[in-house]
Design a protein around this ligand. Structure first.
Ligand SMILES: C[S@@+](CC[C@H](N)C(=O)[O-])C[C@H]1O[C@@H](n2cnc3c(N)ncnc32)[C@H](O)[C@@H]1O
Ligand code: SF4
Length: 451
């Protein structure tokens, strides 16, 4: 049987498989959990803990049709400034509940388009964050950058404030593809933005690319990759386009007849992988590509590679504080998501309350499942010894999961000690395997809960 047929049979193109940037995924969060536990969980953060901070900026000057991110149009600066005033208030509210000696190890500005902030507003936001949270020695500061909305003064401000990683949205350079996704961005604009970032000494540049976009084909993708490689990024994130018009209303503007089939999309992604490989990139996890010596490779070697809302990361903080509308915080006890609607978020904070609206208190079984899923996505393996050492009371569940995956995916996995590893050529299946573990645990829990 052709490998593609085997992958299909095992569920590679199953649209219900989540991206597993958290476990449980955010669509399982329940109403009210957020509001109920947020304050308690903040106050339970240990003294001296390391935290990461994510700030969501839900504004863009343009609204690309393909985009599934939580964002909205903003024509002038005043709604953006008003929003940042509220985020400053939220920083104070959250910090009041945290121990005063936490240290910030990572700061991410995402969106939307963080570079929509004026230099003055950006400086206010960053000054407040740095005054509130002392930076750890290995502090890193990353920003999502839209090259068409990145004024030189904003880049200079960010670099002056310590930005050392930038993630640049490219998606595809082909004009026909760009027309079909409602996003216009020339190579020259992207080149200028890269130059500006390098001049400002921001040395780690990631570029986001998508496969499976309308009208994309092998020729257009080769051209895009040639142009991307000419810009010499340090990292590339190559993700499949998620066409979910029922969730992301703007996507109805996209002609679904122009979308490549799943099989063509997969072939495009394989071709892109090969081009990146030939250019010296190493594949990392499902969708990241990095240069030799990248921190993420070192993290993978030492077992310190994780998957979070930003994708693959070497962030080792146990606590993530999400600030802004729809932002998600992660604690040892579970997840809290802020009010997704900007107005609701602003009115809650304006009233002096935390804005957590949904969330999930994680159970012992889910904590194990989360770890097993992270093993699959980051290591392409289940290291049963490591899992059992971490969860000594749940060694039977680990063995069950290993047996279950070996039985369900006999050609795709092989036993490795008490655990398993994913066979060469079957790496794209780890999402489906993770989903299977999720399903298995859900059923298992349902069975054990039954009277
Ligand atoms: C916040 S967005 C983009 C940042 C910046 N505003 C820009 O336009 O360059 C971050 C990334 O999410 C990814 N993304 C957005 N919508 C997506 C979709 N429908 N499917 C897959 N990835 C998507 C894109 O690759 C994008 O670069
Ligand atoms: S891709 Fe970027 S600029 Fe376009 S709508 Fe999404 S967040 Fe805004």
């Amino acid at each position: 049987m052709e490998q593609i047929d085997q992958l299909r049979r095992y569920g590679l193109f199953d649209a219900s498989v989540p991206r597993f940037t958290s476990y449980p995924p955010a669509n399982r969060f329940a109403k009210d959990t957020g509001a109920r536990f947020y304050s308690t969980w903040l106050r339970a953060v240990p003294r001296g803990a390391e935290i990461s901070v994510y700030v969501h900026i839900p504004f863009c000057k343009r609204l690309c049709w393909f985009c599934a991110c939580r964002t909205q149009g903003a024509k002038g600066q005043s709604p953006v400034d008003a929003y940042i005033n509220v985020v400053l208030r939220e920083i104070a509210l959250v910090a009041r509940q945290l121990p005063d000696d936490v240290r910030m190890t990572r700061l991410y500005l995402g969106g939307g388009t963080p570079t929509i902030l004026s230099p003055k507003t950006m400086t206010r936001l960053l000054t407040r964050l740095f005054d509130t949270f002392e930076r750890a020695r290995d502090f890193e500061f990353s920003v999502e950058i839209d090259p068409t909305e990145a004024a030189p003064e904003v880049i200079e401000t960010l670099a002056f404030q310590g930005m050392n990683r930038a993630s640049i949205g490219v998606q595809d350079f082909n004009p026909k593809v760009q027309d079909a996704i409602g996003r216009s961005q020339s190579y020259a604009q992207t080149h200028d933005c890269v130059e500006r970032l390098r001049t400002a000494k921001v040395h780690s540049l990631n570029m986001d690319l998508l496969y499976g976009l309308p009208h994309q084909n092998a020729f257009s993708l080769v051209d895009t990759l040639d142009q991307v490689l000419a810009l010499q990024p340090d990292r590339v994130a190559l993700n499949g386009y998620a066409h979910v018009p029922w969730m992301s209303k703007r996507q109805i503007m996209i002609d679904s007849d122009a979308l490549p089939s799943c099989e063509t999309g997969f072939a495009l992604s394989e071709m892109a992988r090969q081009m990146l490989h030939l250019d010296g990139f190493s594949a990392l996890g499902l969708d990241h590509f990095v240069r030799p010596g990248d921190n993420l490779i070192l993290a993978r070697q030492s077992g310190g590679l994780h998957r979070d809302f930003q994708g693959y990361t070497d962030d080792h903080a146990d606590v993530l504080i999400g600030l802004g509308a729809s932002a998600i915080s992660r604690f040892a006890q579970g997840y809290v998501q802020n009010q997704p609607a900007t107005t609701a978020y602003m009115s809650e904070i304006g009233a002096g309350c935390l804005a957590g609206s949904r969330g999930h208190a994680i159970t012992a079984m889910e904590r194990l499942t989360a770890q097993m899923i992270e093993h699959l996505l980051c290591r392409f393996a289940l290291d049963a010894d490591a899992l059992t050492a971490q969860f000594p009371d749940q060694s039977a569940a680990v063995s069950d999961a290993v047996a279950e995956l070996l039985a369900t995916y006999p050609e795709a996995c092989r036993r490795d000690g008490a655990g398993l590893c994913v066979q060469k050529g079957f790496a794209p299946l780890v999402g489906a395997m993770a989903s299977h573990l999720d399903q298995y645990r859900t059923n298992h829990m349902a069975q054990t809960a039954a009277p």
